[in-house]
Design a protein around this ligand. Structure first.
Ligand SMILES: [Zn+2]
Ligand SMILES: [Zn+2]
Length: 420
């Protein structure tokens, strides 16, 4: 690299129009024989590149130095950062705020904010990461029709372009060097790609269609995020997933929704978009089917967008059914006649209703021990403890729920045998 500060560096790759900053920064570093950390110290003397999401927090002196030594304008470099989504996907720029739909990358071993399509990278003459791969509602590659990849299937580490050794290409894991690939080869229906296209257009500033009106992108993404959390990790998750026809897929409840792997994110996103269909009819109907009232929704510690409060005040304000003591007694009699103990839990299941603590009816409480076949890891019941431990670890690394992971391993093995 040139020692004089004012001269251009020998390696000056031009940024692609849809490239993300950390990708271009890494390419500049590698083309000059440096790692990203080394280039950072060259650009910002006496500083080191620690755990920072450079796409979100590129400091001015870094951009100025890059502009000076690469010949690419300050404005162009700035446009490669996540600031391109400011005002559309997020409104708050303060460093401490967590951005919905843009989880951090490069920060810790749990930062799964960088996604890639390994096939797109392989097909590029010079591989680079696209800016929209940083949006967590983008889960598919429309060209290869596969899920994007956000972690290494071998070691479970997130993707970090900035930590890549100069000898490694973008489609390899920075930690173990394994070629990154999607764990699934499932093809997705055409409408899923159309919906994703729509989301990317809204992220770039188009107003979103919601029912009969058009709303601002910020509001749309807040509503979508609300639905995502409601279906994924609220107390109503199971009921909503059943009602929306999820079937046998068992999605874990993760409070930090940024940690859902791409497969779960894709599923939850499609269910969330279903809830926004024919707004607000589908949402209101589903809430009624699952027994979600206005008060129950507003009690949740979620950030309730105004448009949502408007609709739940209008349609979910009044209780739409009431369970009386007589109903409970009749339900208890019914259970007894079936030879089932009328415990609180059995009654709740039968009536599709959750009793409050103040309910006057005297219930038998459910026994606390968990019988075989009903624990969290029931698919691993009676499995040798060592294998059980290894399976849990492998599922955890893949970001999968243990049950779903066992299921996919069995399916793979069965289809392999079919071809033998
Ligand atoms: Zn691709
Ligand atoms: Zn790895």
């Amino acid at each position: 690299m040139c020692s004089q500060k004012t001269k251009l560096w020998p390696g000056r790759p031009l940024p692609y129009h849809d490239e993300i900053f950390s990708s271009w920064f890494t390419r500049v570093a590698h083309s000059n024989g440096l790692s990203s950390a080394e280039l950072y110290s060259v650009c910002v003397p006496d500083s080191r590149l620690f755990h920072i999401d450079l796409d979100r927090f590129p400091n001015d002196s870094l951009i100025e130095a890059l502009a000076q030594h690469t010949g690419v304008s300050y404005k162009k470099i700035k446009s490669l950062t996540l600031s391109v989504y400011h005002g559309n996907v997020f409104a708050d720029q303060s460093p401490k705020s967590r951005l919905i739909w843009i989880p951090p990358a490069n920060v810790s071993v749990k930062s799964f904010g960088q996604q890639i399509c390994p096939f797109c990278l392989l097909e590029n003459e010079e591989p680079y990461a696209r800016v929209h791969w940083r949006l967590s509602f983008v889960t598919l590659c429309p060209i290869h029709q596969l899920l994007l990849v956000d972690r290494c299937t071998k070691c479970g580490k997130p993707i970090s372009l900035l930590k890549l050794d100069p000898i490694l290409t973008f489609h390899r894991c920075f930690y173990c060097g394994t070629t990154l690939h999607s764990g699934s080869s499932q093809k997705h229906p055409q409408h899923a790609f159309l919906l994703q296209d729509m989301l990317i257009r809204v992220a770039n500033g188009s107003w979103a269609k919601l029912g009969k009106k058009h709303i601002h992108p910020i509001l749309y993404f807040r509503l979508l995020n609300y639905m995502f959390r409601l279906i994924g990790c609220s107390r109503f998750s199971t009921g909503l997933q059943d009602e929306l026809g999820l079937g046998v897929i068992n999605i874990p409840k993760l409070r930090e929704i940024e940690r859902y792997n791409v497969r779960y994110r894709n599923i939850l996103l499609n269910l969330s978009l279903t809830l926004l269909k024919d707004w607000p009819d589908k949402f209101i109907h589903t809430c009624r089917q699952v027994g979600i009232s206005r008060n129950k929704l507003l009690k949740m510690k979620f950030d309730h967008p105004f448009e949502l409060v408007l609709q739940i005040d209008r349609y979910l304000g009044e209780p739409f059914f009431k369970i009386t003591s007589k109903d409970i007694e009749q339900a208890a009699e019914y259970l007894k006649a079936q030879g089932i103990d009328p415990t609180r839990k059995e009654l709740e299941v039968l009536l599709n209703f959750r009793f409050s603590k103040s309910h006057k009816f005297s219930f038998k409480e459910t026994k606390k021990h968990i019988p075989s076949g009903q624990s969290r890891y029931w698919k691993l019941d009676r499995v040798n403890p060592e294998v059980k431990q290894a399976a849990k670890k492998a599922a955890h690394r893949a970001g999968e729920n243990v049950g779903a992971w066992v299921d996919s391993v069995l399916r793979k093995e069965l289809s392999r045998r079919e071809y033998e």
